[in-house]
Design a protein around this ligand. Sequence first.
Ligand SMILES: [Zn+2]
Length: 251
Amino acid sequence: MYIDSHCHLDFDVFTPSRKALIQTALAANITHFINPAVSFANWHKVIELSQAFPFIIPALGLHPVFCSEHTLDHLPELSKWVTANNIKFVGEIGLDKRYKDNYESQLLFFEAQIKIANKLKKPVIIHAVKSHHDIIGIIKKENFKHGGIIHAFNANETIANTYTDLGFKLGIGSILYHPSSTLRKIIHTLDLDSLVLETDSPDMAPPNWDTKLNTPLSIIPTCQLLADILKKPANEIQSIFYRNTLKLCEL
Ligand SMILES: [Zn+2]
């Protein structure tokens, strides 16, 4: 069995295929889906989806790539919505240095959301691109101890160990398909208990995926690829990841 620890099934691109896709994924033994929100405007969609499909686990947050959509008013709203809806994770939050123009604003929203998650004692789902130093600095400064997931992890062993020592799991997805990626180079050094599988659907389709639209179903070949790289049986890897993710979701 599998859990997709990061997908955006609420995105409009899934509207025509969503119900059928979810049925196909369930039939393929993908039992749960963690669905982080990206901005205030899609929080209600993520919550509605989790009400219609209780195996979709919602997270609420303000994503750095959607920074221009966020206002300071959304921060107190985040506390209210997470509490009122008994949300398990704050996310997707983080920093992305590919977007330099609003990086100061990203820092403000990330730090504020770490403070909120700390106060509410919630784990977080972090989008970290070229910004690990700042992310780790803020987590340490805020003495944040509730862990969560570093989504689409792709950094060196020292950074990996820093995150796992801080109580985070590392999200492993389609970056693994790229032989020159840092992740691929260090994957054999990572403790399997510190990893979770993810797809980031509809984005980050594996290179051999037959459609540009990534779906939670790509978690199956990604798990097989990891098993092949580590030379371990796929069912063994699959059950370790399943257990890790269930525990993280307190299921
Ligand atoms: Zn995402």
